[in-house]
Design a protein around this ligand. Structure first.
Ligand SMILES: [Zn+2]
Length: 198
């Protein structure tokens, strides 16, 4: 245990995802030994990102504007919506260059253990979009793990009354994994080979 502010810094860094106690200590000492100007810049970015970044009012993707870049793009196909858990999944699918529609970011996946149910996710907003936009297909691209599958099953059920075609990414993605770790070729193939589930 270190004294005062040094331990506070290590504790804060240790709360970040993927940062264990050893890494937190290493980063803390890196910051302590860095030039003041570099640390100030980092602190400014941290502060500004919280002030500026918000969620797209249509799809829930992160953006600095009212609408995200994809929702603002008139060349994107309005008839298909790809549903993902997080904004980072939008990036993963964009990298495949196989999808020209719009997205819907749920903000997570159903996980009873973590107290996350459909009400904590942007499900109502999705149903609202499907019924008011010219949607023909909803591609459910939640992660191929337990929570992602539970979320997909739930979405299929609640989307059924809307009559929209619901598809799911093809298998081939590593089971139990996450979209962001799938390589572009595998993810692109899973997207092209998507199957109807509704
Ligand atoms: Zn958007």
């Amino acid at each position: 245990m270190y004294e005062g502010i040094i331990q506070d810094l290590i504790d804060e860094l240790g709360r970040l995802p993927g940062v264990g106690p050893k890494s937190a200590q290493r980063i803390a000492f890196h910051i302590i030994q860095s030039e003041r100007v570099d640390v100030t810049r980092l602190a400014e970015v941290l502060k500004t990102v919280k002030e500026r970044v918000k969620f797209c009012t249509i799809c829930g993707n992160i953006t600095e504007e009212e609408l995200c870049k994809i929702c603002r793009d008139p060349r994107r196909d309005n008839t298909s919506i790809c549903v993902v858990e997080e904004s980072k999944d939008v990036i993963a699918i964009e990298k495949t260059r196989e999808f020209k529609g719009k997205y819907h970011v749920l903000g997570g996946a159903i996980s009873p253990i973590d107290g996350i149910g459909p009400d904590q996710l942007r499900v109502k907003e999705l149903i609202n979009r499907v019924t008011t936009e010219e949607s023909k297909e909803v591609i459910v691209a939640t992660n191929p793990n337990l929570e992602g599958e539970a979320t997909a099953a739930y979405l299929v059920r609640v989307l059924e009354p809307t009559g929209v075609l619901v598809t799911r990414l093809a298998s081939g993605l590593p089971v139990g994994g996450e979209l962001e770790y799938a390589d572009e070729v595998t993810l692109g193939r899973a997207l092209k080979g998507r199957r109807q589930v509704s």
